[in-house]
Design a protein around this ligand. Structure first.
Ligand SMILES: C[S@@+](CC[C@H](N)C(=O)[O-])C[C@H]1O[C@@H](n2cnc3c(N)ncnc32)[C@H](O)[C@@H]1O
Length: 222
């Protein structure tokens, strides 16, 4: 992986101090991907560890229920943001005040919320990062939603690929993008022959990558 710029390294160092489940290698890759982008959209922010590095972008939309339990009720998500949101807000107060970070309180499982998100940000995300419901069904649904808000040619990525606790993640990715695993694993043996095609999204050609830790990603073939 290329060296980080000073600012990217500062963001990674700041992110290390925030609660969460991201490894340093994953934060580094995300910091590089987000840097300078117009809009990054993340699904699953918790208290905002990954958010800290994604804020290298000009704008970040963080989608989460911020519910202390996943059995989110349609009626109470606005009035009871709960402890995770308070911590997210405390960590990221300034970018929220500045309008750079938009906390988007939503239940990704709920169609009306997904439609509203697509209405607000359809086709605009330069990077969409999925780290919310880790079941196969949840990741499948979140990939579908991500494709609605991804800019044509933007990067689609997610977390916890290959983690034994979350077998549904790899299954959902493979089902959405057949051949993902083979292409991503063979990339290191493919030097000089160019990246293999894993998917065509909105007319753009993508290859599959596993850039480190448990991140999975589809990146456009230049
Ligand atoms: C693993 S955590 C995200 C960690 C975060 N990316 C970080 O850097 O620490 C998963 C998050 O997804 C959220 N989540 C799970 N299911 C969701 C759903 N259906 N709608 C919205 N958010 C959801 C949870 O509230 C939780 O904050």
């Amino acid at each position: 992986m290329a060296d980080l710029t000073e600012q990217q390294a500062e963001r990674v160092a700041a992110a290390e101090a925030v609660d969460g489940w991201m490894r340093t290698s994953e934060l580094r890759w995300l910091a590089q991907q987000a840097d300078g982008k117009d809009l990054v959209i993340e699904f699953g922010a918790w208290v905002g560890k990954a958010t800290t590095v994604l804020l290298g972008a000009k704008k970040v939309v963080s989608c989460d229920s911020w519910s202390t339990e996943l059995g989110l009720k349609w009626d109470d998500h606005h009035v009871k943001p709960g402890l995770p949101f308070n911590r997210f807000f405390e960590t990221h107060r300034q970018p929220i005040v500045d309008g750079v970070l938009i906390p988007y309180v939503m239940d990704l499982a709920h169609k009306d919320f997904r439609d509203t998100l697509a209405r607000d940000y359809g086709g605009k995300g330069d990077l969409v990062f999925i780290d919310a419901d880790h079941t196969r069904q949840g990741v499948t649904r979140d990939i579908e939603t991500a494709l609605r808000v991804l800019r044509p040619g933007g990067v689609l990525a997610g977390h916890d690929y290959g983690e034994k606790d979350w077998p549904g993640v790899a299954k959902a990715v493979e089902a959405a993008f057949p051949g993902f695993e083979d292409i991503a694993r063979s990339a290191t043996h493919n030097r000089g022959r160019g990246p293999q095609l894993a998917a065509t999204i909105a007319g753009h050609r993508y290859t599959a990558v596993l850039p480190g830790g448990s991140i999975w990603a589809l990146v456009p073939i230049e």
